[in-house]
Design a binder for this molecule. Structure first.
Ligand code: ATP
Length: 640
């Protein structure tokens, strides 16, 4: 029996190896991708790799996809790798026999711990034979590392990291370290990963060999469009990849639909600069104006079993921040309602005066583990859309129908739950009056939405069927920008001891670069300046990473560099072509970028990650709109 057991163990090991994807194959693909900036080439390399995986080891596809994306689970589950630099340096030191001090020095010079680790490993004398790593092994170990908490977690993490590092060869070391840092930095955007999954799936169809070149092109395009749309509705790779394996990409949408419990990417609005622009856009189209509430977007999900979850604009779970809303939901559901997804804005509410309070009041609320009895700032939830009701997705319905369903499925509760205030104003004067009313009521302006034709809910799309009209932007640039803090300038005079100004950047999601857009020194209160200094000092970097793009002139180079950790909302007088800043370089001028004139700090955007900052293309659109008063719709995963 013993002999038999050993044999079957061996057999299963052999079977497991036969089915495993070598980590070296994935890293080889990463090397190819890193060596080019051409999006089509990147898609081609990744498609080729995914096709092989689908052919030889389809079960490993999900692990490969997650490693390409630097994720260990769906984004909304909120588990990230991002192992601290000091732990990683210790692990590299342990695994290569070098001192932490030497590694630190090399890092300051080269700017990338992954490359330092690879070089250190190369120099090292090795004894014994390293085992080959599989993608599955690397993925499962990364997952284990992310789950380590509590006492001696640092030592345990280092031990696990070492168990991988000792078996890494060549570029595997570099990519493993970068994965552990939480950023691959090879210029592989998420939309490219999605397209490559679709292309690999289309090309793996046995029929494909009989298709004409034209037909292949069309099928590839169709596959990419399907997966991008499905992902915005159901951002869960496990479900999508399983459905592709079981049913093929063409019927993906029949099997992967909006599901309560999985936050969809919210629909976004287009900025406008004038009310006549609104009327021009919606000529002969039925539209509605709604108050644009100034709080925090809240996507409220209820499953059939009664579980309620609240998600942010960024798909972060906000349930622990809003126990009051969690308790309120059962009280505002009409009889017969079982499951739903609502799109709402949570707004600070003055219970005594029965009115909306400004966003600044809401921002004083604790973000985590709020106890209901400690709540100082009350919130009222303003619902403006319903996307799912009693087992049925509603996103392809008209807004008119959705609004009707919203109103018949929920009941208002004063100061706690209300439907967004709306009016079918159709002349400039009527819209202006409603806009003034909204601003007097502490709202930001209006959202103007189509009601019938073309009024489906478009997840993730910055749609021209939703226009935002913010009062104070009408004569400015139409919208504020959300920018990432790259560095700080040491303060003088009254600002001695902190930073007097900062260098800000937009994000280019094609190249994964932060591009400098302006220096900022106004709009801050004394308290905010101190708060920024305290926070950003915890995120200093010795050298700017290669993905920070700026002009290296004394006037621009900050005194201190920060990691990309915080997004600030900024207003500006206008945008101009810049001799020094690099935002959107090549988009409106062949060699120059765009910068902001007279930027002013408005607030921290906790609900946006640095990669969700205003992107280079949006900056270019805003620049052009200054003169042309026109802009086009775009989807987060739209074509390159
Ligand atoms: P964007 O989402 O356009 O990148 P942003 O997050 O800065 O930018 P805003 O410019 O403030 O958003 O405008 C859109 C936001 O307005 C929505 O995300 C939502 O939180 C809020 N909002 C308030 N009232 C409404 C409403 N009636 N309909 C839709 N959104 C509303």
């Amino acid at each position: 029996n013993d002999e038999h057991d050993t044999k079957s163990e061996e057999d299963s090991k052999i079977a497991e190896n036969a089915l495993s994807v070598p980590y070296s194959a994935l890293c080889k693909t990463f090397e190819e991708i890193e060596a080019t900036t051409k999006r089509l080439k990147i898609t081609e390399y990744l498609t080729k790799f995914f096709r092989t995986v689908l052919l030889l080891s389809p079960k490993s596809m999900i692990h490969c996809v997650y490693l390409c994306l630097n994720k260990i689970c769906p984004e909304y589950e909120g588990k990230e790798l991002g192992i601290g630099e000091s732990i990683l340096m210790k692990a590299v030191a342990n695994a290569t026999g070098r001192s932490v001090a030497n590694i630190k020095n090399d890092c300051a010079e080269i700017g990338d711990l992954g490359s330092v680790a690879e070089a250190s490993k190369k120099k090292q004398m090795t004894f014994g034979i390293a085992k080959s790593l599989s993608v599955q092994k690397v993925f499962s170990t990364l997952k284990e590392i992310s789950a380590i908490v509590g006492s001696s977690s640092q030592a345990k993490k280092i031990e696990k990291i070492n168990s991988l590092l000792v078996n890494c060869k060549g570029s595997e070391t570099k990519f493993l370290i970068r994965s552990l840092e939480g950023k691959l930095r090879i210029g592989l955007a998420e939309k490219t990963v999605l397209i490559a999954i679709a292309h690999a799936s289309v090309l793996s169809d046995p029929e494909c060999k009989t298709w004409s070149k034209d037909k292949v092109e069309k099928e590839l395009e169709l596959g990419a469009a399907i997966i991008k749309q499905v992902y915005c509705e159901l951002p869960n790779y496990d479900k999508i990849i399983n459905a592709i394996a079981d049913y093929g990409i063409k019927s993906l949408h029949d099997h992967c639909k909006l599901t309560p419990g999985i936050p969809l990417k919210p629909m976004l609005a287009h900025p406008t600069k004038s009310l006549t622009e609104v009327l021009d856009r919606f000529e002969n189209i039925q539209f509605t104006c709604e108050y644009k509430y100034d709080g925090e977007r809240a996507q409220v999900h209820r499953l059939e079993d009664g579980t309620v979850t609240i998600y942010s604009r960024n798909s972060e779970n906000l349930s622990a921040k809003y126990p009051d809303i969690m308790a309120l939901i059962p009280e505002v559901i009409a009889p017969g309602v079982t499951s739903f997804v609502l799109d709402c804005e949570a707004v600070a509410w003055d219970i005594k005066k029965k009115c909306i309070l400004p966003f600044q009041v809401l921002s004083t609320r604790k973000r985590k583990d709020v106890a209901i009895e400690d709540i100082q700032v009350s919130v009222c939830l303003f619902a403006f859309d319903i996307l799912y009701l009693n087992g049925q997705p509603l996103i392809t319905d008209t807004l008119r129908n959705r609004r009707e369903k919203l109103k018949s499925s929920f009941v208002e509760k004063e100061g706690k739950f209300a439907f967004a205030k709306s009016q079918e104003a159709s002349s400039v004067d009527a819209i202006q009056t409603f806009l003034d009313e909204s601003v007097t009521g502490n709202c930001e302006g209006l959202m103007v939405k189509t009601m019938d034709e073309g009024s489906s809910y478009e997840p993730s799309v910055r749609s021209r069927n939703w226009l935002k009209v913010k009062k104070d932007y009408i004569n400015g640039i139409g919208d504020s920008l959300d920018l990432v803090v790259m560095g700080g300038y040491i303060g003088r005079g009254k600002r001695t001891g902190g930073y007097g100004g900062y260098l800000l950047a937009c994000y280019d999601d094609d190249t994964e670069e932060y591009q400098s857009i302006c220096k900022i020194g106004t709009g801050f209160t004394e308290e905010q300046l101190k708060q920024h200094t305290d926070f950003l000092d915890q995120h200093k970097m010795d050298t700017p990473p290669s993905y920070y793009k700026y002009s290296d002139t004394p006037n621009i180079r900050p005194d201190v560099w920060f990691k990309p950790v915080q997004v600030w909302e900024v207003k500006a007088a206008d945008l101009s072509i810049s001799p020094v800043h690099l935002a959107g370089r090549g988009l409106v001028d062949p060699s120059k970028g765009i910068s902001l004139r007279f930027p002013r700090f408005i607030r921290i955007r906790d609900d946006k990650s640095p990669e969700q900052a205003t992107n280079a293309e949006q900056v270019a659109v805003m620049y052009r709109a200054q003169n042309l008063n026109s802009a086009s719709g775009s989807n987060q995963f739209e074509d390159d």
